[in-house]
Design a protein around this ligand. Structure first.
Ligand SMILES: O=C(O)[C@H](O)[C@@H](O)[C@H](O)[C@H](O)COP(=O)(O)O
Length: 260
């Protein structure tokens, strides 16, 4: 378990730009050392804000888009192309503007796909896809994600792991169906905490005053069942990327001064 490291930026826009620059460097370094990179995207305003910032970043095409695997931490279980699906929003923010290898863009199943209303079957299919991409060093569960990004909800949820609901309690499976999510839509697919914790680095994105309480709770030693964000950590790095508004309730000693 890697101890959370915090970086606080002046505002939401600068946090998105700085996080995008950080992601470019991380991907370029991974591709330079291993010939490929694997990133897990998150939905939500902060996640999509980062992708939009990346789309406009001057160094964007330092990334070899053809050698990048993209996965999702969660997905709203809606029909293909629904504007509320995380993959739809990611395509609009960035993916449709860069030359990705379509075979390496691993969207989670849609509700009008082969699994129909059976979200558990859809989740299991994604778990199989992850296992098939895993190398022998991954103990057959999920591939080694270079970076797994998670937006943080005001209730401290990450992905579609909501406080006290069954999905956050899952300790074996890597992907589960979610019913009755308090954040609409109610039916979702989500990576579980064991899958999240397989990532080399986990980056939690929290910007805006509506995230201040969640950040304070998650970083104060709360349990992962009550505060799922507290259970989201990477094998070698756990990085909280905040803006000053989201950091407002944190002890000042917890992080260096916000960027100028
Ligand atoms: O499917 C989703 O809704 C997201 O994956 C979810 O986990 C999101 O990241 C958080 O709710 C934060 O969302 P905001 O950044 O919009 O607050």
């Amino acid at each position: 378990m890697s101890t959370p490291q915090l970086v606080v930026h002046r505002d939401k826009q600068l946090m998105a730009q700085a996080a995008a620059a950080r992601l470019i460097t991380k991907i370029v370094d991974a591709q330079a050392s291993r010939g490929t990179a694997s990133v897990v995207l998150t939905g939500g305003r902060n996640g999509n804000g980062l992708l939009a910032a990346l789309a406009g970043a001057p160094a964007r095409d330092a990334i070899d888009w053809s050698r990048l695997d993209l996965w999702w931490g969660d997905e709203r279980y809606l029909p293909e192309g629904d504007p509320e699906r995380n993959v739809t929003q990611a395509r609009e923010a960035l993916l449709d503007a860069v030359p990705l290898d379509p075979g390496r863009v691993h969207a989670m199943p849609a509700s009008d796909g082969p699994y129909g209303k059976d979200v558990e079957a859809a989740a299991e299919a994604y778990a199989v896809q992850l296992a098939e991409a895993a190398g022998p060093e991954n103990h057959g569960s999920v591939p080694t994600f270079d970076v797994l990004m998670l937006g943080v909800g005001p209730d401290t949820h990450v992905a579609s792991l909501f406080p006290e609901l069954p999905a956050v309690r899952e300790t074996e499976r890597t992907v589960v169906g979610v019913h009755g999510a308090p954040k609409p839509p109610p039916t979702r697919i989500s990576l579980t905490l064991p899958a999240i914790r397989a990532a080399r680095e986990v980056w939690l994105l929290a910007a805006g005053e509506d995230k201040a309480q969640a950040a304070a709770i998650a970083l104060s030693g709360a349990g992962e069942i009550q505060a799922p964000a507290a259970g989201a950590y990477g094998r070698s790095r756990t990085l909280w990327l905040l803006d000053a508004a989201a950091a407002a309730q944190l002890p000042r000693s917890m992080y260096p001064p916000a960027s100028p």
